[in-house]
Ligand binder design. Structure first.
Ligand SMILES: [Fe+2]
Ligand SMILES: [Fe+2]
Length: 264
């Protein structure tokens, strides 16, 4: 089974650019084309938040049109740049989002338990999961103790070492990690938000972030550095669940990198 993870697409309204500079819709289409080109075919696509830049209905309409070109079913989760009710209004028709409250949901897809946790705090750039959300996560994982599982969220639940970015992490990371540690069936905790790839041990399992399909945040590790971004290669993650239960995660840059150089 192959799961593609898109993150931080920051889709804007037609005729506009992300941050006034970046054609996020075109870059989103390139990401979709790259996922559709994977062989063997991707089974499911997950999007770990910041689907749009401002959370406006016209942006969600554009995002739906872009994601609608995927060959595989797609499941979306909001980030801090999304707006919960506009997000719900845009995707409720697909039948997997709750009709009220936080946009948590879980599904079993081809034997894989895929758990989406909405850690957005309306009006804020950091994430958090209140007690009800922590209970939901624990109960959801308790209900499927024997299935391979991935837990998806938008915000990094650990410090990255990029100081400015860490000021808007998931403030409930410690509590989430304690829950994850009680459920050894969790193969991955997956997130976005930091616009670059990172891998870290978390809650007794492996946590990692997907790069953005638009710009990437600079790797600045001095404590006094300010965060900034630039057009490093966009990418997505490809999580390959093997028949023996091993999950291998790949980072795939998106773009034209010239001719293939065959080994023989
Ligand atoms: Fe983002
Ligand atoms: Fe974000």
């Amino acid at each position: 089974m192959i799961i593609a993870q898109l993150s931080d697409m920051h889709i804007t309204a037609p005729g506009t650019l992300y941050q006034g500079l970046i054609p996020s819709a075109d870059m989103g289409r390139a990401a979709v084309d790259a996922i559709n080109a994977v062989s063997p075919a991707v089974d499911v696509v997950v999007c770990t938040g910041d689907l749009t830049e401002h959370g406006r209905p016209e942006e969600y309409a554009q995002a739906r049109e872009i994601l609608g070109a995927l060959n595989a079913p797609c499941f979306v989760l909001p980030g801090n740049h999304d707006e919960r009710e506009a997000f719900r209004a845009a995707f409720l028709r697909d039948g997997y989002l709750p009709e009220s409250g936080p946009l948590h949901y879980a599904r079993v897809i081809d034997g894989l338990h895929v758990v989406h946790v909405d850690c957005t705090v309306p009006g804020e750039h950091h994430g958090a999961l209140p007690d009800e959300g922590l209970d939901w996560l624990d109960k959801t994982l308790t209900a499927e103790p024997d299935r391979p599982t991935m837990v998806l969220m938008h915000f990094h639940p650990v410090h990255t070492g990029i100081a400015d970015v860490d000021s808007y992490r998931n403030f409930s990371g410690v509590e989430i990690g304690e829950i994850i540690a009680r459920h050894p069936q969790v193969l991955r905790v997956l997130f976005g938000h930091i616009h670059r790839h990172m891998t870290v041990a978390f809650g007794g399992t492996i946590a990692m972030s997907s790069p953005s399909t638009v710009s990437q945040i600079l790797l600045r590790l001095n404590p006094t550095d300010k965060s900034a971004s630039r057009m490093e290669p966009p990418a997505f993650l490809l999580h390959h669940l093997h028949a023996d239960g091993t999950m291998v995660s790949h980072t795939q840059p998106i773009g034209d990198f010239g001719p293939v150089l065959d080994f023989y």
